[in-house]
Design a protein around this ligand. Sequence first.
Ligand SMILES: [Fe+2]
Length: 242
Amino acid sequence: MRPMRIMVRTQVMVDFHTHILPQMDDGSRSVEESIQMLCMLQQQEVKWVAATPHYYAEDEAPNKFLERRKKSYENLLPAMQQYGGLLPPIRLGAEVRYFTGMSQSAEIARLTLEGTNLLLLEIPFVSWNNRMLKEIYQLQQYLHVQVVLAHIERYLPLQKRFSFWKDLEELNVLIQSNASFFIEKANRRKAFKLFDKGRIHLLGSDCHHVSVRPPNIHVALSVLQQKYGDAICNWLEEQDNI
Ligand SMILES: [Fe+2]
C-alpha cells in the first residue's frame, strides 16, 4: 500500500476511545481503513490513540481476545511504519462490557489500557442500580483498576437515581464522553454544564469507520476552544499524561 500524504502539525490531544484496530469488532474492516482513520486523526492533531475494541465476556475469554488484538495490531504495524513515525501511536486497550461478577475475574485487569490501570467500561443501557454500582466499586477495590465510564452521555437520559452524580463521585470513577456530545448542538449545553463541573475527564471519538462514525475529535476541540480558549490546553495535557 502506498503511504498517503500527511501534513506535520503540533499534536495536542488524545483520542481515548476508538475502534481503529482492523477486523477486531464492528469498527475498521481492514488495515487500509485503519490507516485512513489514523491519517485523519493525525491531521486532527491527535498525539496518541487508545485502541479500544469491544470486549464481550460472553463471546470469548480475555486471553483469546488479547491474542486476537495482538494479531490485529501486528497486521497494522508494518503499514503504520511506512509513515516513518508520523502517524499517532496506538496504545492497546479495550471497551469492556459490564457483566455481573466481573470484579471476581482477575483476568479482566489484563484489559486495561497499555501502561495504565485504566479500564474503559461500557455499562448496560438501563437505570443503574445498587448492584451495578457495587460491582464497579469492587472492580476498583479487588482488581486495582481505575474504571473509566465510556460515553457517559448515552446513559444520562436513562438514569432515575436522584443521587446519580453523587454516587459516581463516591465511586471515584473517571468519565469519558464522545466528541459528538460537544458537537451535536442539541446536547452542547448539557456537555458544557458537565464539563464546567469537572465531570468529564477524557474525550474520545468512538470512531468506527472512515465515513460512518468517523474520527471527529477535532470538531469537539474547536467547540471547546471557542468556549474556553487556551484554558482547554491544560485539560488536554492532563489527558496526555494519564
Ligand atoms: Fe465504543
